[in-house]
Design a binder for this molecule. Structure first.
Ligand SMILES: [Fe+2]
Ligand SMILES: [Fe+2]
Length: 192
C-alpha cells in the first residue's frame, strides 16, 4: 500500500488530534530508521498503522479479539488500552492484506513491547513514546537516547513505563516483564 493511501486511511479512521500523533510518530520513526539502517518503507507503513484501530469502540475490538481467539490472556483482557495494538495488527493483516511479519509485529507490540524485539519493533515502540507531540517530563532525555542506543533506550523506557504502571496499580503484561528482563540482562552483560 502506498504511503499516500495509508495517510488517507489515517485521516479517515482517526480524529485530527490522533492523526497528528500518528504523523509525529511516523516522522520520528523515519528519523530513527535512517539513523539505525532500517527499511524506510516498512518503518513508514508500521508507523502509519500503529494506532489505526484506536478509535474503534472497545466492545467491537473485544469482539474482534474473541473472533480470532486471541483473548486468552487475562491481563490483556482487563487492559482495554492494549486492545488496539492487537486489533491494529489484525486489521493490517486481514483488511489491508499486509503480510510482512515484522510490520505486523511492530504494530502488535507497540504498547507492551516483548522479549526478542526486532529493530523495527523497537523503533515503532520508541517512536510512539518520544514523538514530537509527547510532552511528559523526561521526554527530551528519551528522545536523545532514542537516536543513540535502541537497547538502552528500550531499557530506560520500560523502567519508566513499568514504574508508572505500578504507581497506578495497573496490571503488568507478561510481554512487558519479559522485555524488561531481557534488556536488563543485556545491560548487565555490557557491564554498564
Ligand atoms: Fe497505540
Ligand atoms: Fe501511538
Amino acid at each position: 500500500m502506498s504511503e499516500q493511501k495509508l495517510m488517507k486511511l489515517v485521516e479517515q479512521r482517526l480524529s485530527a488530534k490522533r492523526a497528528h500523533h500518528v504523523i509525529c510518530v511516523w516522522e520520528q520513526a523515519l528519523k530513527m530508521a535512517a539513523r539505525f539502517g532500517e527499511d524506510p518503507k516498512k518503518t513508514g507503513t508500521a508507523a502509519l498503522l500503529h494506532d489505526i484501530t484506536k478509535e474503534v469502540p472497545l466492545d467491537e475490538q473485544l469482539k474482534m479479539l474473541q473472533k480470532f481467539g486471541i483473548i486468552n490472556d487475562n491481563v490483556i483482557l482487563k487492559s482495554p488500552s492494549l486492545y488496539h495494538a492487537i486489533t491494529g495488527a489484525l486489521y493490517a493483516e486481514r483488511e489491508l492484506g499486509i503480510t510482512d511479519a515484522d510490520i505486523l509485529a511492530a504494530v502488535r507490540y507497540h504498547t507492551t513491547a516483548r522479549a526478542g524485539m526486532s529493530r523495527l519493533e523497537q523503533i515503532i515502540y520508541l517512536a510512539d513514546a518520544v514523538s514530537a507531540d509527547r510532552t511528559y517530563k523526561q521526554v527530551e532525555k528519551f528522545r536523545r537516547l532514542a537516536m543513540e542506543d535502541l537497547d538502552l533506550c528500550m531499557l530506560e523506557m520500560l523502567k519508566h513505563s513499568i514504574r508508572y504502571l505500578v504507581k497506578d496499580e495497573c496490571l503488568l503484561p507478561a510481554d512487558t516483564l519479559q522485555a524488561y528482563n531481557q534488556y536488563c540482562e543485556m545491560d548487565h552483560q555490557k557491564g554498564r
